[in-house]
Design a protein around this ligand. Structure first.
Ligand code: SF4
Ligand code: SF4
Ligand code: SF4
Length: 482
């Protein structure tokens, strides 16, 4: 039993512990050389920083019409789809590797784009600028991210249609990330505030890729601990993760620093099966799952559904129906924070009742909440497919006219809107939702074994949770397909 297992009381499946299918860095030495290069992250962030700048500018001075402005089309159609349907499920938090938001904060703390400064800053062996205050212990969780994300999403009808609002929000996040880096140590903004980080952390646990130490014993004997403390080759982990015991993807921002700092070349980039990391550590993570599930349902109704009244309520800044907006916000917040968790709690209670387990309902509730990961992630992917398939053609036209000013930079500005295979979308969504259900049940069984230990009791304990997953899937099918 390793440290993580002792802490959580949960047995980590063997395929997570040592069933690494392929170490991509061993298989592709060129990839290893690229990731180990000091300039790697800087080079990969730079073009994104430029696009980010254009997007913020476009939101402020460009066309207010959403589908003619790169701020809306690139962020809410292209980026969102790539993030949720490709990056997170296949490559964990790879977006954080290239995200431009912490760029200026990192630059301030390091006073260098690439260079490493040796020195002493708390436990780090790097010279870091700024106040480097410790983040308050009682806030070392993802509750702020949960509430921040829910708040942003409450205004999503405006956020995803008005370029100006998108720009302001992105600009504020950039500013906040930078200011926080001046006050608090390392990437406190990424770890505890960034609203995107919350769902990236939760869903990256399902990803088919992980960065991990290769040999436990090498880490145990390692005196340098460069991955955590930094050394002349690179910075100590900006996310305060210690590779020697890290067992989950959740809080590794894939910055690749530890690849550079590990003196024993003891870090691999492994492929693994989907949703193989089945551990939820705290209620903040459970609630992230509930919030994401409730939001996916709400968005399916608002953005893809035909109910005019709810759309009208959600879009109050445009319709002026603030009374309706408060009803909508109250329904959204109570569903995400109270109703869906309460329903799940009831099913967890049934699980305890059927199995006559000595485990508390709370523990069963928390541990089983992992099933929300495959269930929610696949529901979000199913939700996002229509966005890209129906509105993807805007990407081609907006590339030539990013501000909506009538330019035609690459000759594609006149590309007509044309939805892709709309007749087959329902089937794609059906397959995705059933895949989510399948993983929720199969991984739920693994979780159930961890709780109830013997196979028969585990199956009985799983039954109510499988019922919950089935109900959720049926609800999504009704929203998507009718
Ligand atoms: S946590 Fe947020 S700000 Fe930080 S790198 Fe990831 S997406 Fe960017
Ligand atoms: S520096 Fe390398 S060998 Fe040492 S603890 Fe970190 S990952 Fe393990
Ligand atoms: S463990 Fe830390 S240093 Fe290593 S890639 Fe993840 S965030 Fe970066």
């Amino acid at each position: 039993m390793n440290k993580m297992e002792k802490e959580s009381g949960i047995k980590i499946p063997m395929d997570v512990k040592n069933g690494k299918n392929t170490d991509l860095l061993t298989k592709f030495p060129l990839l290893k050389r690229i990731l180990k290069a000091r300039s790697f992250q800087f080079i990969i962030i730079l073009p994104n920083l430029f696009v980010f700048y254009v997007i913020i500018l476009a939101g402020i001075i460009g066309s207010p019409v959403g589908n003619r402005n790169i701020a809306i089309v690139f962020i809410w159609i292209l980026w969102w789809f790539l993030l949720i349907a490709i990056m997170v499920p296949f490559a964990s938090r790879v977006w954080c590797t290239m995200c431009p938001l912490p760029f200026f904060g990192d630059l301030f703390q390091r006073m260098a784009f690439i260079k490493v400064r040796l020195g002493k800053t708390a436990y780090l062996r790097n010279k870091m600028f700024g106040l480097n205050k410790k983040w308050p212990k009682y806030l070392t969780n993802i509750w702020i991210q949960n509430i921040g994300f829910l708040t942003l999403c409450t205004f999503s009808a405006v956020l995803v249609t008005r370029p100006f609002v998108t720009s302001i929000v992105l600009g504020l996040m950039l500013l906040l990330g930078t200011v926080m880096s001046m006050i608090w140590k390392l990437r406190s903004f990424c770890s505890y505030i960034c609203p995107v980080s919350g769902f990236l952390s939760l869903y990256s646990s399902a990803a088919t890729m992980e960065l991990r130490r290769i040999d436990n014993d090498v880490c145990l004997k390692c005196k340098d601990k460069g991955c955590y403390k930094g050394n002349e080759k690179g910075y100590g982990c900006p996310w305060s993760e210690y590779m020697g015991t890290m067992e989950r993807n959740n809080y590794c921002g894939l910055c690749t620093e530890c690849l550079k700092t590990c003196p024993n070349d003891n870090i691999g980039l492994n492929t693994r099966s989907f949703a193989s990391e089945t551990i939820i550590k705290g209620y903040d993570e459970s609630w992230k799952g509930f919030i994401m599930l409730a939001l996916a349902m709400a968005y399916s109704v608002i953005l893809l559904g035909t109910n005019g009244t709810i759309k009208n309520w959600a879009n109050a800044p445009e319709t002026g129906n603030w009374g309706g907006f408060f009803i909508y916000a109250a329904i959204l917040w109570s569903s995400a924070l109270v109703v869906v968790p309460a329903v799940f709690y009831f099913f967890a209670y049934l699980s305890k009742l059927i199995t006559k387990s000595t485990q508390s309902v709370k523990e069963i509730f928390k541990t089983f909440s992992y099933i929300l990961v495959p269930l929610g992630l696949l529901a979000w992917i199913a939700f996002s497919f229509p966005l890209i398939f129906v509105n993807g053609s805007y990407i081609i036209s907006v590339i030539s006219d990013p501000l909506g000013w009538g330019w035609n930079l690459f000759g594609t500005a006149g590309f007509k809107w044309q939805p892709l295979v709309p007749d087959y979308l329902g089937y794609v969504q059906l397959i995705l939702l059933l895949t989510g259900l399948g993983f929720a049940i199969s991984r739920g069984y693994r979780v159930s074994l961890n709780i109830f230990k013997d196979e028969h009791t585990a199956l009985m304990g799983l039954l109510p949770m499988a019922g919950f997953a089935l109900l959720v899937t049926l609800a999504f099918l009704t929203f998507f397909i009718g």
